[in-house]
Design a protein around this ligand. Structure first.
Ligand code: PBG
Length: 326
């Protein structure tokens, strides 16, 4: 009789386990989403995202400094404008809050930190949709592309190293790439939210940025249907063909199959967005003492890397980076 198989042999000590680990998680693999609000004197806590605030430009600079010191790989900015309008003009106005914040971060950090800007209209439109509306209330894909192109140029001019279109309009990456190139911003990176699903997990984010979709609407005519998997292959391939430098899957934990597929489907860097609801669920359960929040965060972020992500956008970035460093 043969001896029994003993996979446990390699799990005996923590030194052996570390040696054979297939996946690593380091601060440099994390990108912190940050909110910056216009016309506010003081940072304001976001109740549904414990530990996160709507920053002033000054408090944003302090936060980015702390993230940089912790070795976090980058930050991605979201704006909270004072005024919204039908066309979301705050998204592409040179005086818009994200453009103001980007200029300040460039002065302070130059290229020491990778500064990204989410590129969308929803925080800036009075109706809360990611694009402009036609007379019949539907989102007008091609009219929206012109505004995304303007936003990309405004963000690049203000100093964003990476622009991240998140609106799921067809052709958005191509439109942004040609506008950037035409204006000479050939080095600005495009990180495309390629496989972005219409998800109930964005709830806390919408509170964070004060977005409410008019008439009880939703984003199902532009974001993907969570029943679909193959569709994400096509979305990612189209984005890469149009010039995406990095592609993203969002949310993360409920779409690890998609992440794993895209790792095989495209050869550009791949990331995943561990979204607001994913963060808040862990925080809420941990606050009850039902789970160990930090351990669950490490497990989830590592699982996202295991499934194929090169890096992860996460509200845990600072907390987990500091834990990994200690
Ligand atoms: C759209 C955008 C959203 C998120 C990132 N970019 C909201 C949406 O699609 O409704 C959600 C992020 C999160 O939940 O953490 N600009």
């Amino acid at each position: 009789m043969f001896p029994i198989e003993r996979p446990r042999r390699l799990r005996r000590t923590s030194a052996l386990r570390r040696l054979i680990a297939e996946t690593s998680l380091a601060p440099a693999d994390l990108v912190a989403p940050l909110f910056v609000a216009e016309g506010r004197e003081e940072a304001r806590p976001i109740a549904s995202l414990p530990g996160h605030v709507q920053h002033t430009v000054a408090s944003l600079v302090d936060e980015v400094r702390a993230l940089h010191a912790a070795g976090v790989g980058g930050v991605i900015l979201f704006g909270v404008p004072e005024h919204k309008d039908e066309l979301g003009s705050g998204a592409y106005d040179d005086a818009g809050i994200v453009q103001v914040a980007l200029r300040r971060l460039r002065e302070e950090f130059a290229d020491e930190m990778v500064v990204m800007a989410d590129l969308c209209l929803d925080e800036y439109t009075s109706h809360g949709h990611c694009g402009v509306l036609r007379a019949d209330g539907a989102v007008d894909n091609d009219a929206t592309l012109d505004l995304y192109a303007r936003a990309a140029v405004a963000q690049a001019a203000a100093g964003a190293a990476v622009v991240a279109p998140s609106g799921m309009m067809d052709g958005q990456v191509g439109a942004i790439r040609s506008a950037l190139d035409d204006e000479g911003y050939v080095d600005t990176v495009i990180m495309a939210y390629s496989a972005k699903y219409a998800s109930a997990l964005y709830g806390p984010f919408r509170e964070a940025v004060g977005v409410e979709i008019a008439h009880g609407g939703d984003r199902r005519s532009y974001q993907q249907d969570y029943r679909n998997r193959r569709e994400s292959w096509r979305e990612a391939r189209l984005d890469v063909d149009e010039g995406a430098d990095i592609v993203m899957v969002k949310p993360a934990m409920t779409y690890l199959d998609v992440l794993s597929d895209l790792r095989r489907e495209v050869d550009v860097p791949l990331c995943a967005y561990h979204v607001s609801g994913e963060y808040s669920m862990i925080k809420a359960a941990a606050a009850h003492g039902w789970i160990d929040g930090e351990a669950v965060a490490l497990e989830q972020l590592t699982a996202i890397r295991r499934a194929g992500a090169d890096f992860v956008l996460t509200y845990f970035a600072r907390e987990v980076a500091e834990a990994l460093n200690s």
